[in-house]
Design a protein. Sequence first.
Length: 410
Amino acid sequence: MPAPVQAPGPISAGGTRTLFYHRLALADRNHRWWMPLVEGVLALAVYVVLSIAFGIVMALAVPEIITGDILAMDQMDPAVFLLLFGSVALMLPSALIARLALGPRPLGLIFSVAGRIRWRWLLTCLGVAAAVYVVVNLAGIGLDLATGGGTLEFALAPGIGWLVLLWLVVVPLQCTAEEVVFRGYLAQMVGRWLKHPAWAILLPVPLFVLGHDYDVWGLASVGIMAVTMGLVTWRTGGLEAGIALHVVNNMVVTLMGMVGLADMNETSGSPSDLVTEVILNGAYLALVFWLVRRNPSVAVTRTVVLPPPPQPPRMPALEARPAALTADGSGLAAYVLNPVTQTYMILPPQYGPYSVRDAEGRYVGVLDTRSGGVGQVPARGRAPGLPAEAGQGHGASRAVGGSYTGRHDA
C-alpha cells in the first residue's frame, strides 16, 4: 500500500481517509460534486472536434469511406479498420484533456489509486489474460475438431502488413480509451455521489453494451465482460486489470480475423458463445482476485492525509498589550479577547462585572464597566465578594447582584 498522501486545498476535518478507486474524486478536496458533469460535457466537445478532424483526414486519404456504409464495409480492410478502431481511440485524449482541466488531481487518479499506471501490474494481468484466452480458445477449437464441428482454414486478409501495424498500435489504444471512459471516468463520477461500489460497477454497463452492434447473445457477452472489468477495477484499485482483459480480448479476436479463423463482420452470437464468455471472464476474475490477495504491493485503496482544521488567529495576551490595561480598567473594557471567537470585543457597559484571566488562565480580577461600578482590576488574587471561578463565558454567565459575571480569558 502506498504511503499516505497529502490532499491539497482546505479541509474541514483532520485525520486520514481511505478511498477505493471509484471514490478517488474525493481525494482532491478542491473537487466539487458538479465537476464530473462539466468534465463529461468538455470531454464530449473535445471528442467531437477530434472526430471531425480525424474524419476529414480519412476522407481525404480514402474518399470511398464517406460514400458508403461503414458498418457494411469489410472490417479487415486497413482503412476501415483504422477508422473503426481509431475513432474509438480518440476518446482517450478527450477524457484526459477534460480530466486535466477539471480534476480531480493528480491526473493519474484516472488510472489507479497510485496516481499512475502500474506498469508491472499491467504486464502481469496481460500475461494472465493471454494465458486464459489461449487455453480456453485452444480447448474450444480442439472440441470442435474432435466433434466434427469444424475445420481449421487459414486465409490471410489483404493488406496484412498494415493490419498487423494497426493491430499492435491502435487496438491497445482503443481498449485503453474505453476503459478510461467507462471504468474510469463514469465509475468515478458515480462514486463521487454514491458510496457503494455496485453502483459504479453496474451503472456504466448499459452504456458500454449499447455501443456495440450485436444481437442479444453478443450483447449479453459484452455485458458479462463489462461487469468483469468493473469488478477487477474496483478490486485491484486501478484500470490495469480491465485494460489487460480488454486488450487481449480484442487483439485475439482481430488476430483470428486477420488469419481467417473468425469473421470480423459477424454481428450475431450464440448460447455457446455466451458460455465461452462466462468461462473466460470467470477464470480471469478468479485469477486476478487471487493474485491481488497474494500480492500486497498492489494497492487497492488510497489513503489521503487530511490536515487539522484551520486554527483561529492567536491574539496577544494581556502582557503583550500594554495599552489594553489601565489603572482603572477602562482600557480593558474596549480591548478584550473573546475566547470563543478568538477576536477582540468591546464590553458593553451595561453588563458586568467581568471576571478577567490572563493568557495562562490565571485569575486576574474583576472589571465592572457599569456606570458607577467598581472599575478596578486587582493585579492578582480574588476580587472582594467574587469567587475566583465566577462565570463561564458571556453566553453562560450567572447573575451577581442583578448584573452578569462573564469569564473572558484574555
